[in-house]
Write a protein that binds this ligand. Structure first.
Ligand code: 5GP
Ligand code: ZN
Length: 124
């Protein structure tokens, strides 16, 4: 879905990043998933995984999204290692999906944070 889709807000920053209209430090992309470094990293490794199709949050997820979300989850370990996270169990990584105001979500295009690397981290 492009940012001009009737279902995506015109001003969605992550739609624009996935479309290449706003620059980002790309980690990975395929037909349905785009991955890029967080602009304000909390940890030595901190990237965001998004579906190219606009979805506001996990609150919009239903059974029809299980395949896509499963592919995003399954991709994360490989990308975490490629980005410098040490292998499990000594290394590892954290995955977070903030959802809604009380969940701490600031950008309303579903995204999975993947964080790792040596501690201490800026947060958490
Ligand atoms: P949230 O609080 O919604 O879970 O996280 C949004 C994340 O997106 C934040 O960690 C923030 O640093 C990141 N972010 C916001 N705007 C941009 C941007 O324009 N480029 C990149 N690369 N990251 C962004
Ligand atoms: Zn979007």
């Amino acid at each position: 879905m492009s940012p001009s889709s009737p279902h995506a807000p015109d001003n969605c920053i992550f739609c624009k990043i996935a479309a290449g209209q706003i620059p980002s430090r790309k980690v990975y992309e395929d037909d349905e998933i785009f991955v890029f470094h967080d602009i304000h990293p909390w940890a030595p490794v901190h990237f965001l995984m998004i579906p190219r199709t606009h979805m506001a949050s996990m609150a919009d997820v239903g059974p029809e999204h299980a395949g896509l979300l499963g592919r995003m989850m399954a991709l994360a370990p490989r990308l975490a290692l490629e980005q410098g996270c040490k292998p499990y169990p000594e290394g590892g990584f954290r995955m977070v999906v903030n959802t809604g105001a009380e969940g701490g979500q600031e950008v309303h295009h579903l995204h999975i944070h993947v964080m790792g690397g040596p501690r201490p981290w800026l947060k958490g």
